[in-house]
Write a protein that binds this ligand. Structure first.
Ligand SMILES: Nc1nc2c(ncn2[C@@H]2O[C@H](COP(=O)(O)OP(=O)(O)OP(=O)(O)O)[C@@H](O)[C@H]2O)c(=O)[nH]1
Ligand SMILES: [Mg+2]
Length: 325
């Protein structure tokens, strides 16, 4: 299965799973429980509403059995807010404490597996401002309904808000400028993902417990590559959730976040021996024969996989050309 086939067969829309009763029945029939993990660092302003929305979904149909907030000992009262709305709160530093202090987001997610009891574990970023019910049921839809699927990633449009102005697709700068180009070059199987860095994704706990987790902001990149290696592209899926608005970080912070993504890819490339298989459409013997740049995007009309031909011509040193002529 190449990326284009995968995109056609494994992209879903949340509306397909909006019948919560059916989804909950399916979950009961399969005897599956679900843990939802919220990695939290200074999200007192958003986490309460997110936990409320999860409870609201549960009142319609029981989809989430355990709501965990794993907090970076935030100073803004995140832990108190999350607890008062009914999440079970852990400090990231008290979990797996023998491993020392936690190293950022990825470590918090890894440590949460020591207390997440669910057969399915779902991670959800806690800085979403416009959290909607489909962030819960949409992501669970494909993994509950399609037996081959073991990992589901969120897809959405990401508006960029500055003051009064909103750019509908201006968010997700690290994704667009680092992750997608890197995947095109080194992990072309993954180019069909619209939001490869989305913090909203689910898998069975056995899968998460059998792969390494990179710490900090390298976690999503590492999990994508390691899940691909473990279960193959056919067991992965994405679901369009509409739009997602979150807090924006300053460009300067994104430089370091990009570096984390690059390091994750570089480390796996070396381990996988893929450096010698770099996908360059101008060279023969390609692993994947599709056009040069695959760009997966979310649009008001749904998810699209756009293809661009990017010429990269290498001119010889001009001395060599001029002296012949
Ligand atoms: N426990 C814990 N959570 C963290 C840490 N860093 C970030 N988070 C949480 O992880 C989620 C995503 O982190 P963000 O900093 O928003 O990173 P991002 O979503 O990749 O980046 P943006 O696109 O700029 O939002 C949020 O819920 C954060 O509060 C950390 O060190 N520890
Ligand atoms: Mg965020």
């Amino acid at each position: 299965m190449d990326a284009a086939d995968w995109f056609r067969n494994r992209s879903y829309a949340y509306e397909q799973f909006a019948d919560l009763e059916t989804l909950a029945r399916r979950k009961r029939d399969l005897s599956l429980s679900v843990s939802l993990v919220l990695p939290c660092r200074n999200v007192a302003d958003t986490v309460g509403n997110i936990v409320d929305e999860i409870h609201a979904v549960n009142e319609k149909a029981l989809l989430v059995d355990q709501i965990l907030a794993v907090d970076a000992d935030s100073e803004d009262g995140t832990a108190e807010v999350a607890a008062s709305h009914g999440a079970v709160v852990y400090s990231e530093n008290e979990l797996m404490a023998s491993h020392g202090g936690a190293h950022g987001k990825g470590d918090a997610m890894w440590r949460s597996l020591s207390v997440a009891r669910g057969d399915l574990v779902m991670y959800v970023d806690a800085d979403t401002r416009d959290f909607k019910p489909q962030f819960v049921y949409g992501i669970l839809g494909p993994i509950l309904h399609v037996p081959q699927i073991r990992y589901v990633k969120a897809a959405y449009r990401r508006p960029f808000k500055k003051g009064e102005n909103t750019e509908p697709d201006g968010g997700g700068r690290v994704t667009e400028l680092s992750t997608k180009p890197l995947f095109n070059l080194f992990y072309p199987e993954l180019t069909g993902f619209v939001q490869p860095l989305a913090g909203e994704f689910v898998a069975d706990r056995d899968l998460f417990c059998s792969i390494p987790f990179l710490t900090g902001y390298a976690v999503e990149t590492g999990v994508m590559i390691d899940v691909l290696k473990k279960v193959g592209l056919g067991a992965m899926a994405q679901v369009d959730l509409g739009t997602r608005q979150n807090r924006h970080q300053p460009l300067r912070n994104l430089s370091r976040m990009s570096y984390a993504v690059l390091r994750a890819v570089a480390r796996r490339l070396r381990q996988d021996g893929r450096l010698h298989q770099v996908r360059d459409p101008n060279l023969p013997d390609q692993l994947f024969q599709f056009s040069d740049y695959l760009h997966a995007v979310a649009t008001p009309e749904g998810l699209q996989l756009q293809e661009y031909v990017e010429e990269l011509v290498e001119r010889p040193p001009i001395n060599e050309v001029l002296k012949v002529g």
